[in-house]
Design a protein around this ligand. Sequence first.
Ligand code: GLA
Length: 392
Amino acid sequence: MSRKLLFALASFLFAGNLAHALDNGLAKTPPMGWNSWNKFACNVSEDLVRQAAESMVKTGMKDAGYQYIVIDDCWQVSRDGEGNIVADPVRFRSGIKALADYVHSLGLKMGIYSDAGSLTCGGRPGSRGHEFQDARQYARWGIDYLKFDWCNTSTQDAPSSYATMRDALADSGRPIVFSICEWGNAEPWLWGAGAGNLWRTTTDILDRWEGKGEKYGAGVMDIVDMQVGIEQYAGPGHWNDPDMLEVGNGGMTATEYRSHFSLWAMLAAPLMAGNDLDHMTPEIHDILTNKEVIAVDQDSLGLEGRRVHHSSDGQDIWVKPLDGHALAVLLLNRAARDETITVRWSELGLAADHSAAVRDLWEHKDLGAKTGEFSAAVPSHGVAMMVVKPGE
Ligand code: GLA
């Protein structure tokens, strides 16, 4: 098969569902930023958020592409006599507008959180019945990104509830990225592109390699398995969201965090760091700012990667087509011992006699031209991540 034909076939196989996509012109590549929840939960304040924004710049994360600083749950305490949402006056003493102005002054964007129901998951006032009023308030404050949760929604219908907030945001006159957080319950990949820019596909991520939580939550491997089969719904402006990053939060090894980050890049997932940016080790910093891996996530084609091989003894192969006729390839070793993993060109849709240049994105090294297949030694719970570029 000719290369041209191959890539036409790949584009067809990976083609997104573009019908009825929301076109607010935002999130043409998966959003990147930081969110307070995974590390700080309800312990949010303007000092914390200012510090996160400053660290984003100081650590080079801004230069690596991170942009949105998102305050998750618990910033809000009540509504005033006119129904306006009120930020915690102690923790956010200068108000959200001043905080957003500060974040903007650093060249970053400001995000906030609310909920489609009567109360947020943390028991704070939700947006139900106040959608247009809240959207106008966010716009006045200078908010650029809204995460909209799904707690306390009783018998509400998810597609209609998110459509209401979508319309409210559009009506506010400010471009605001809309992040649907409905945990995958009502299969948001089927309707999310018409309502928002990204939609959570699963329960909350836990800071562990694998295993479900007692009440809710799932480890990285469990979440990854839940992404298989919904790749075709992602594309520029509308992304599957396997939840925020746990990289650096302490529950996994550096090898496992490298795998977590690489998989999110292969999934064209939003990259929302969820750690304490002010106290990260050099190893964690190097993971979060690996520009070659980030480039895979942010590739302009916006095609989500697919798992093309899954063996019972724990060796997975993922592939993601990139702009410029190249492929990102991830070899993942889920087994308890180190393994050599081989990817055959046939698994990538390439002819066996074809020669392709291979570059290792964690070693930052060209490995030369390979024909037919490529093997790598992969540590337990680790990955090898490459860009494979077929020769002319
Ligand atoms: C839900 C969401 C989380 C977080 C919390 C906040 O669990 O899925 O990401 O926003 O609520 O209470």
